[in-house]
Design a protein around this ligand. Structure first.
Ligand code: NAP
Length: 285
């Protein structure tokens, strides 16, 4: 039995519920004032089982919050021009307020070209270069949902960021990079780590805040963490396993996000919130 110190858990479930409730109330207000519910278009290419599940979850949450969802399912053989054309049409459609292209798309598609076809004012998943630049410069815009979710969790648990050393493991355009930019904008000292980083354990041991966004189950070990660190596990691997060795991290960290129930539900909550924001802006409310 382990009787060492135990990290406080950062519950995303409770916080997400509050955000979704607020989004639902605002969605009802938009429907009343604009005569139309906020609407999110979800685009799925192929039928990757995990992606099918994520899109289904997102659509169900939309429905529960009074947000219309329009689903576009395209075959795995879809070409880049065909996908770009579908997204361009959604971007021009005044009945669609937000667009989500489920990531990843099949390997033969130029994902960046597809993301860039999303109109900036409908980029509620925060995946375009426009949204990334806004995040990097601290300008108004839609944040990438998982990075935005992480920042909201840190704020809800009153984690001091100024001057703190944040180590982000992972540099993907939808997660590692943008969360690093958001932390930098809040005056953290940020180190990005990736597959070519040497001596990762030594770097993370120097971190006040660790964000694990690697996509490898239990990759970050307990002895990589300095006692009292704040640990955000953004990973979501098969079997509901995060990127951090949970039991080990609990004995070292001061604060830790559980998987599931940490970053995941917050990501969907931010998507709904940003869809309602988009609908408000487009309706001039
Ligand atoms: P990704 O695009 O595959 O990126 C993984 C990153 O990890 C890359 O930057 C890669 O480095 C780095 N990496 C791989 N092996 C490494 C190693 N041995 N040491 C250090 N870094 C290494 O993944 P992603 O889309 O960012 O997702 C990351 C995780 O977050 C996954 O578990 C995913 O399921 C989860 N996720 C969760 C949510 C949510 O809503 N909770 C949303 C999105 C993603 P290189 O750049 O050098 O290849």
């Amino acid at each position: 039995m382990n009787d060492g110190p135990s990290a406080r858990l950062m519950s995303g479930t409770d916080l997400a519920r509050e955000i979704v409730d607020r989004a639902a109330a605002r969605a009802a207000e938009v429907a009343k004032q604009a005569g139309r519910c906020p609407s999110l278009a979800t685009v799925l290419v192929g039928e990757n089982p995990a992606s099918v599940t994520y899109v289904r979850m997102k659509r169900r949450r939309c429905q529960q919050a009074g947000i219309d969802s329009r689903h576009v399912l395209l075959p795995a053989s879809t070409t880049t021009p065909a996908l770009v054309s579908t997204i361009t049409e959604l971007s021009a459609d005044p009945t669609v307020h937000g667009i989500l292209l489920q990531h990843p798309v099949p390997a033969h598609i130029d994902e960046r070209a597809a993301f860039e076809a999303i109109a900036a004012d409908k980029d509620v998943d925060g995946v375009t270069m426009h949204s990334f630049a806004a995040m990097a410069f601290g300008s108004p815009g839609f944040s990438s949902c998982t990075p935005g979710a992480i920042m909201r969790l840190l704020d809800a648990y009153q984690v001091e960021l100024t001057g703190k050393h944040a180590v982000v493991i992972g540099r993907s355009p939808i997660l590692g990079r943008p969360v690093g930019m958001l932390l930098l904008a809040r005056d953290a000292t940020v180190t990005f780590c990736h597959s070519r980083t040497t001596d990762l354990p030594a770097i993370t041991r120097g971190a006040d805040i660790v964000v694990a966004a690697v996509g490898k189950p239990e990759f970050v070990r307990g002895d990589w963490l300095s006692p009292g660190a704040v640990v955000i596990d953004a990973g979501y691997n098969e079997g509901n396993i995060g990127d951090v060795a949970y039991a080990e991290a609990r004995t070292r960290a001061a604060l830790l996000t559980p998987v599931p129930g940490g970053v995941g539900p917050m990501t969907i909550a931010l998507l709904l919130e940003q869809t309602v924001d988009a609908a408000c802006r487009q309706a001039g409310l």
